[in-house]
Design a protein around this ligand. Structure first.
Ligand code: HPA
Length: 333
């Protein structure tokens, strides 16, 4: 998106590309003056007038400016609400995120989020309609945008673990994502689970400090958006095929956990699987007020007495394909 015509004075420099944020579209005609509103003096005043907390709406990295337009006429539609004023408007310039080198509009509102970049490529190749395009390759974190059965969809890899995934989830929110669906793998904890089973996580216990620190509330319970979990469960019942289980998972910060009894304790609490990103996703969704769901394929069996067993490549592909058929439909629903 191009630089808005209001950026004549006091706007971000050429090294800091300015653009109207995510869902905002602003056309300005007239002579404009732009000045930084770093302390939100003006934004707080306008927010009060419209009963909106502009500080809360802003994403990390956003900057507020006061734009004064002459002649005294402003037409603006923005994320807040349509507003007409007598010559003053508050607009938000967002910087391009650091790790997703994309612009607002490059991602669909609904984004599938695997950990593995090559799985992102596989998902786009296998499930998207022909004609999708790559929207990110920064740090090898591949992202693609296209359509699924004619409806807009994106896929963006997150890397492993809450810190990496949290950055990507946050930046997808900055870029306008409204629904994030994690599609990954988990270790199966409960007896009777098989390789390639699908797990729909209605809740994700945080056995990692990152989501809890981000929520800034002790005891916060990261949970899925109910309608998405319900839709995923209904779609998997209709599809038949492999086993689909709905319940809680635990998000661990450690893959090779030296506490060998931890799996047993989570199993005792009814958790279906262990994985490494869902609690971060659900926490981000709560903070940023978006929809979220995590769906996982069982790729390891973490039995009670036996040593862990790893899935074969064939079973993994079968399980991922089953999960993806559900996830793509939920994403565009
Ligand atoms: N631990 C954590 N995450 C995982 C595992 C596991 O055993 N298997 C797949 N994702």
């Amino acid at each position: 998106m191009g630089r808005p015509s209001a950026c004549r004075r006091g706007a971000p420099s050429a090294s800091e590309p300015a653009r109207v944020s995510t869902t905002s579209h602003l056309e300005l005609r007239g002579d404009a003056e732009v000045s930084a509103d770093a302390d939100y003096d003006f934004a707080d005043k306008i927010g009060g007038k419209y009963d909106a907390d502009l500080r809360w709406m802003d994403q990390p990295g956003d900057q507020r400016y006061v734009v004064t337009i002459r002649p005294r006429r402003v037409n603006a539609t923005c994320t807040l609400k349509s507003c007409k004023s007598d010559g003053l408007a508050v607009v938000r310039f967002s910087r391009m995120p650091i790790h997703l080198r994309a612009e607002a509009g490059d991602y669909a509102p609904s984004v599938l989020c695997p950990g593995d970049p090559l799985r992102a490529q596989y998902i786009a190749d296998t499930f998207f309609d022909p004609g999708f395009r790559q929207v990110n390759a920064e740090r090898g974190m591949l992202g693609f945008t296209g359509t699924f059965e004619g409806r807009p969809i994106s896929v963006q890899s997150t890397g492993m673990g809450c810190p990496s995934a949290g950055i990507v989830f946050e930046e997808l929110c900055m870029l306008g994502a409204e629904r994030l669906i994690r599609v990954g793998t988990c270790g199966g904890l409960q007896p009777g689970m098989s390789m390639g089973d699908t797990v729909i996580a209605i809740a994700a216990s945080a056995d990692d400090q990152t989501p809890l620190r981000y929520a800034q509330m002790e005891g916060f319970a990261p949970s899925a958006t109910f309608v998405l979990a319900e839709r995923a469960a209904a779609l998997s019942r209709e599809a038949g095929g492999g086993d689909v289980r709905v319940g809680s998972v635990v998000t661990s910060g450690i893959f090779y956990d030296p506490d060998t009894d931890a799996f047993h304790r989570w199993r005792r609490l009814g958790h279906l699987g262990v994985e490494m990103e869902a609690a971060m996703l659900y926490t981000m969704a709560a903070v940023r007020r978006i929809e979220a769901l995590a769906i996982m394929t069982v790729s390891d069996l973490l039995g009670v007495d036996e040593p862990p067993i790893r899935i074969s490549d064939d079973d993994l592909k079968r399980g991922v394909d089953q999960m993806m058929r559900i996830a793509c439909r939920v994403a565009v629903s």
